[in-house]
Design a protein around this ligand. Structure first.
Ligand SMILES: [Zn+2]
Length: 135
């Protein structure tokens, strides 16, 4: 088996270099703020019938229950459409399709709800505002 970095380099050759750099920046940002904050949970077994990505020999699956436990640390606002809890997603500002310079996106934890709101505030700015005050 090839070393992981060679596998990664091989996969990246399918993309435009600018997109690769944007992707790496998003990835570094993701690591910095913690994958779990974005609702990704590592699993060992390759997931079947669901979206995942592979990183460092682990499979990451979207895990909204984890987002909910994360929300115990933060006061997340309710969805204006359905009342369920909202969560934040990171947006890459280097992405050329992101002309406005959006830094984050509010999404609803309700799978049936399509609520979306883009924000110019970074995740760190939002989390500072949303952090529950120590008792
Ligand atoms: Zn909703």
């Amino acid at each position: 088996m090839k070393p992981y970095y060679l596998q990664i380099a091989h996969m990246l050759s399918a993309y435009h270099p600018d997109d690769v750099i944007a992707g790496i920046q998003a990835w570094l940002e993701g690591v910095e703020i913690g994958m779990h904050r974005q609702g990704w949970k590592p699993v060992i077994e390759k997931p079947i019938n669901r979206e995942y990505f592979e990183l460092g020999g682990l499979y990451y699956i979207e895990d909204k229950s984890h987002i909910k436990s994360h929300h115990e640390m933060f006061v997340m606002p309710p969805c204006p459409q359905c009342g369920e809890t909202l969560y934040l997603q990171y947006i890459c500002t280097k992405d050329k399709t992101n002309k406005v310079g959006w830094q984050s996106l509010w999404l609803c934890t309700n799978d049936d709800c399509s609520y979306k709101e883009y924000s110019l505030k970074s995740l760190n700015e939002w989390y500072k505002e949303l952090k529950k005050k120590e008792a």
